[in-house]
Design a protein around this ligand. Structure first.
Ligand code: KIV
Length: 264
């Protein structure tokens, strides 16, 4: 089967194919999700919370991202492997290109950053450098401190117009798709209708061209986190706890042969 490219993802919209995307942060998960046929895998900066125990994504460094991109890329997935530019790694166009190149050198085939017209010079510079770009609009986790929390976007007319203009600007700048996070479903549907490139929603309703989830949320691997928009389809966290408990009990009855150490 042919390798998935940014153009493959882009063309899925015109073919009416729903795009499935999941996060991945390491080698085995990348192999498993690729085996499942997921066409777009993202080494998200959500790894800061999911793997590293940070309270939010703002603590993630470019070095963290490179480390996990390298691990994921070793699986050589058929899927397109995208990676997040972490907070403050794309404050200027020059820095954005340098950071994006580092992720590409680590094995990323596309990069994602958070923002619209406010980061357009950075987006244009990345695209001009020949690096495929995935947009991210709506609730922007890297701005959680400025925003005072994680808020749904598109509730007011002003927000709706801003989102539409940002999405169109990203498409014009050459993004091959755009993630819409926590955008009200009617506004996500409107953007999806108007945009020539695919929208990939998370908590933004069913009318996007695709859906993305944090894999650990899908698999119930973070039982201490429950999100309304990401109900686990299995409870692997519980399975891990029960399996470890069973093994713990089992080894209590395991015995070396009596007097084995004194036999000679
Ligand atoms: O970091 C991440 O995992 C993401 C997705 C949830 C869209 O940006």
């Amino acid at each position: 089967m042919a390798k998935i490219s940014p153009e493959t993802i882009r063309s899925m919209k015109s073919r009416g194919e729903i795009i499935a995307a999941l996060t991945t942060y390491d080698y085995p998960m990348t192999r498993l999700l690729d085996e499942a046929g997921i066409p777009l895998l993202l080494v998200g900066d959500s790894l800061g919370m999911v793997l590293l125990g940070y309270p939010d994504t703002t603590h993630v460094t470019l070095e963290d991202m490179e480390h996990h991109v390298r691990a994921a890329a070793r699986a050589r997935p058929r899927a397109l492997l995208a990676a997040d530019l972490p907070a403050h790694s794309y404050d200027t166009p020059e820095q954005a290109v340098a950071s994006a190149r580092r992720l590409v050198a680590a094995g990323a085939e596309a990069v994602k950053a958070e923002g619209g017209r406010n980061i357009l010079p950075q987006v244009r510079a990345i695209v001009e450098a020949g690096i495929p770009y995935l947009g991210h609009l709506g609730m922007l986790p890297q701005s959680v401190h400025q925003e005072g929390g994680y808020h749904v976007k598109g509730r007011t007319e002003e927000e709706r117009l801003r989102l539409l203009a940002d999405a169109e600007a990203l498409a014009r700048a050459g993004a091959f798709a755009v993630v819409l996070e926590l955008v009200t479903p009617p506004v996500a549907a409107e953007i999806t209708r108007l945009l020539p490139i695919p929208t990939i929603g998370i908590g933004s309703g069913p009318h996007c061209d695709g859906q993305i989830l944090v894999t650990h949320d899908l698999l119930g691997l973070l039982p201490w986190v429950r999100l309304r928009h990401a109900r686990p389809m299995v409870e692997l966290g519980q399975t891990i706890i029960e399996t470890a408990r069973r093994w713990h009990q089992e080894i209590q009855t395991f015995r070396h042969p009596p007097h084995a150490s004194s036999a000679s």
